[in-house]
Design a protein around this ligand. Sequence first.
Ligand code: ATP
Ligand code: MG
Length: 426
Amino acid sequence: MFNKIQRKLTIQYAFFFLLFVLLLMAALYISISALMQQQQVQELELFFGKERYHLEKDDDFKEDHNKEEDHNKEDRVTDDKKIEYDANRANFYYVFTKNNELVHGDESFYGLYKDAAQLMMHVEEEDPQTVEWKNQDLLLIKYDSHNGSYIIIGQSVTKQHHLLERMMYAFIALTLIGTLCIAFLSHYLAGKAMVPIKKSFERQRKFVSDASHELRTPLSVFYSSLEVLENDDENRFSAFGQEVLTDLKSETQHMETLLEGLLFLARFDQNKLKTKKEDIELSELVNNITNSFERTLPDSVQLKTQIADDIKFVGDETGIRELLYILLENAAKFTEKGSISVSLTSINNYIKLVVEDTGIGITQRDLPHVFERFYQATKNRQKEGTGLGLSIAQAVVSQHQGHISVESEFGQGTKFIVSLPIVKKD
Ligand code: ATP
Ligand code: MG
């Protein structure tokens, strides 16, 4: 149980740390990339501010000049002389007419002028765009000039993008390493914090176990004495006295059952129970128990059985008997009219035992708690019992590495499903 809590705490701490750091890293990454872009845009704006006068003057000149010329589209676009190419240039620009014809430009990526207008076709003015062009990341801004002509300025942001990419990988790696460290640390700290809790829990378990053990002997002496009194030949008790004696006996019996249950669970908790590995003819055992159980049922309750032949099992016979009694007793106790069905099958390497009744059922509120110690559903409290039966059943199933579950509909009935793995005898 403590290992489970420790594991749960570790996972929770690591998960929240991971979430927190991821959010932090994401925020950091977004802010850095936004700042970088802001700076690049500022650089471009500065460049545009400085060059504006020349650009627009050139633009006017070309426009005027072009008016006189025969408009030869092919020549305009393919004329490399309008473009000054310099690979070392940080910022580049292109001036286009309103018909997307290149007027002139300075470029640092050879041939970009052919695609620049297309890349910025539907982009609003002064809206910075990061576009990918021949493995290059480019930041482009479009500025409207007069007469419908426009200017595209830009710079390469490939290096910055690579830097950001590397930064992101570093962030992810750091986050994962940090999470691993936190997981180890929280596992260690949770283990440390668990030590005093474990100790006090163990002391409590030991106390329950010792107390149940110590109470057993005086209680059986008490019970035997009551029996002696009851069977005394010279019966000196009045009718009332006799009644009190009978009540005392029944209460003592109840206490004995309770103590047995407590002792069993305390030993189970302390791992003191040795699970015997006996060869059990399970089909035969279930048949015998259900047959004798059937005799105790009132006429209003019918028993239906579906027990597969020749199922063998290796386990603790006393425990398995106890498990069956608990489930059958519950079914009988909470079914006044209707039927109880018991089925036993073997599927792959598992044995499946199902005890189903058409009794009063369990409310959805009570259902998750029925395996808790001393838990009795509110509606069923008037029935006698200790509330330990299902906890013991669960302990027996867990001793055999099995699983027990319950399904129920209030007012319709209840179904307990037990699956036990078939193990080989060593
Ligand atoms: P005892 O220790 O004597 O068995 P109990 O029967 O009350 O006492 P459990 O067997 O642990 O205790 O069952 C716990 C509770 O689950 C019951 O009090 C009852 O409310 C509910 N329950 C168990 N089996 C059924 C069933 N077949 N139908 C309806 N309710 C059930
Ligand atoms: Mg019970």
